[in-house]
Design a protein around this ligand. Structure first.
Ligand SMILES: *[C@@H]1O[C@H](CO)[C@@H](O)[C@H](O)[C@H]1NC(C)=O
Ligand SMILES: *[C@@H]1O[C@H](CO)[C@@H](O)[C@H](O)[C@H]1NC(C)=O
Ligand SMILES: *[C@@H]1O[C@H](CO)[C@@H](O)[C@H](O)[C@H]1NC(C)=O
Ligand SMILES: *[C@@H]1O[C@H](CO)[C@@H](O)[C@H](O)[C@H]1NC(C)=O
Ligand SMILES: *[C@@H]1O[C@H](CO)[C@@H](O)[C@H](O)[C@H]1NC(C)=O
Ligand SMILES: *[C@@H]1O[C@H](CO)[C@@H](O)[C@H](O)[C@H]1NC(C)=O
Length: 190
């Protein structure tokens, strides 16, 4: 008897509220959600000696989640540095350079993020594009409902809450059966 299998891939869906286009180099972003934010001249190459600063401020009590569409800079020389706060005095979360086919979402611990992009005097690449969304701290996104399966909890996905997945007869669960909403707004498993 061949077991039928399905994959329960849980996707933390983002809800975009507003989308504002941002051009030029740096800026103060204050909408609850925004993007695409790009490096200068994107999708063309950025210039030499760029120095861009973005500050993102969302409503008090919310956290920020950055999602990248693309990232390509000169490895070792052209950096995007992300700080977990209002300025470059805050804790550095990431220093990105080179080519990344995929970047995991970056999640702040408070309602501000500061980003700095610098390029040196030679060699440029396409740069990067990202969006951001905000959500209430301690609140996870709806983890989704797989086809041919069910979950035991459809209510608020708040910190500490567990959601348990089960499959219909004849189907086998792939992934994690019990996932818990963590304080930083991510789920403990897929
Ligand atoms: C960013 O927003 C743009 C425009 O709404 C959308 O096309 C793109 O898929 C979004 N990218 C990510 C990574 O969320
Ligand atoms: C960063 O820290 C320095 C030294 O502590 C201080 O002088 C400066 O005002 C701070 N800058 C910001 C933007 O908070
Ligand atoms: C769950 O969320 C709904 C609306 O999103 C709200 O009305 C309700 O009070 C929340 N319940 C709890 C237990 O937080
Ligand atoms: C959903 O999870 C919460 C917290 O874990 C729990 O209090 C509540 O009873 C659950 N609801 C259902 C329908 O299982
Ligand atoms: C999931 O949680 C239920 C009850 O909360 C428990 O009986 C079960 O063993 C858990 N399964 C896994 C794989 O942790
Ligand atoms: C969220 O918190 C969990 C548990 O502390 C940790 O394993 C995970 O890396 C964190 N994720 C992010 C994006 O900070």
């Amino acid at each position: 008897m061949a077991a039928r299998l399905f994959t329960a891939t849980i996707i933390c869906g983002l809800m975009f509220t507003t989308v504002t286009s941002v051009t030029g180099c740096g800026g103060d972003l204050t909408a609850p959600s925004g993007g695409p934010v790009t490096s200068p001249n994107y999708p063309g190459n950025y210039g030499n000696n760029e120095n861009c600063e973005w500050s993102i401020t969302v409503p008090e009590g919310s956290i920020i989640r950055l999602t990248f569409d693309s990232f390509y800079t000169e490895y070792g020389y052209d950096f995007l540095t992300i700080y977990d706060g209002a300025s470059d005095n805050a804790t550095e979360m990431e220093e990105l350079a080179g080519y990344h086919s995929q970047i995991s979402p970056i999640i702040s611990t408070s309602n501000t993020l500061f980003l700095m992009f610098t390029s040196d005097g030679s060699v440029s690449r396409q740069g990067f594009q990202f969006n951001y969304t905000s959500s209430t701290a301690g609140q996870c996104w709806d983890p989704g409902l797989p086809a041919n399966g069910d979950r035991d909890n459809n209510s608020n996905f708040t910190s500490g809450q567990t959601v348990r997945y089960t499959c219909m007869d004849g189907y086998q669960l792939r992934g994690t059966a019990n996932i818990t909403c963590q304080p930083n707004g991510t789920w403990s498993g897929a």
